[in-house]
Write a protein that binds this ligand. Structure first.
Ligand SMILES: Nc1nc2c(ncn2[C@@H]2O[C@H](COP(=O)(O)OP(=O)(O)OP(=O)(O)O)[C@@H](O)[C@H]2O)c(=O)[nH]1
Ligand SMILES: [Mg+2]
Length: 269
């Protein structure tokens, strides 16, 4: 069939999903094949931090076999946020309209990507959410569920953002969102990066939409979640929270002090 007979895509947007990897050799091949067959129009950019288990070579093999898959090799493990920043900058340079995030371990299911792609038409950031009605988790240990629910409750309350799963890592950003939130000033290198970007997007007055997803516990490999990662999150979110509260207090004070002239004036004689 000639290419002119092919159905035109519903949206002309060029989309890339950035997949950060550290020791995901057992999971990556399956994930990339699922992603490419679930959303054939979407490109994949793997960002590997020189994984000792050979993930980088798996990614190279996938890229050699498929022009829509490419790889960034970084020289050392510097955290999830650092890997995503590198991937986002490269995706922006390459001219993509929509830039996404997905874990390599199969927790985020490529077969649900269409839900996020549909929602990005009316949003600046779409989050695949575990904690909105219809969202779910499969085989996640109770302590991880409590950590995620508690962390999200804390984040929402402290930062005042109306997002149920601010720490989730299944997302789509419009390129304009990433251009607006100033990637150069982000220094959250660990998992708190996700909350940081949610907060910045909300602060910029942009539209954040959550769509329910099913989050599945990884089958292969090990979690990179650690005590240090959790402590970094707690520290930073608390600091930002006090920043927000300080701003609100200053604004309220300003309204009181600055509001005096607007008080009803006594008629002059
Ligand atoms: N490039 C890079 N990728 C990372 C780094 N840390 C984590 N990742 C990747 O980020 C994704 C999320 O990490 P996970 O360990 O699955 O974190 P998690 O989903 O919170 O933890 P589990 O639920 O236990 O799997 C995976 O694809 C990891 O391979 C890192 O320092 N560098
Ligand atoms: Mg995971």
């Amino acid at each position: 069939m000639g290419s002119s007979d092919a159905p035109r895509p519903a949206s002309p947007d060029r989309v890339v999903i950035v997949v950060p990897t550290y020791n995901e050799a057992l999971a990556l091949d399956d994930l990339v094949h699922r992603l490419r067959s679930a959303a054939p129009e979407v490109d994949v950019l793997v960002v590997d931090d020189d994984s000792p288990d050979g993930t980088g070579e798996v990614a190279d093999r996938l890229a050699a076999a498929d022009p829509q898959v490419s790889v960034l090799h970084r020289s050392a493990k510097e955290g999830l946020g650092a890997a995503y920043l590198h991937g986002f900058r490269t995706a922006l340079e390459r001219g993509y309209d929509v830039i996404g995030e997905m874990d390599a371990d199969g927790s985020h299911q490529p077969e649900q990507l269409h839900l996020l792609l549909e929602a990005i038409a009316e949003a600046d950031l779409v989050i695949g959410s575990r904690w909105v009605p219809g969202g779910s988790i499969v085989n996640w240990p109770r302590h991880r569920e409590l950590l995620s629910r508690g962390g999200n409750l804390y984040t929402r309350a402290l930062l005042g953002i109306p997002v149920r799963d601010a720490t989730a890592g299944y997302r789509l950003f419009r390129r304009s969102t990433l251009e607006q939130i100033d990637l150069d000033t982000i220094d959250s290198l660990g998992y708190v990066f996700q909350a940081d970007l949610t907060f910045r997007t909300h602060q910029a007055g942009l539209r954040v939409t959550e769509v329910p997803i099913e989050f599945v516990e990884r089958v292969h490999g090990e979690s990179k979640m650690s005590r240090d990662v959790a402590v970094e999150s707690l520290r930073r979110i608390t600091r930002w929270g006090f920043g927000v509260r300080g701003q609100q207090a200053r604004r309220a004070l300003h309204r009181v002090v600055g509001g005096r002239p607007e008080q009803p004036q006594l008629p002059r004689r």
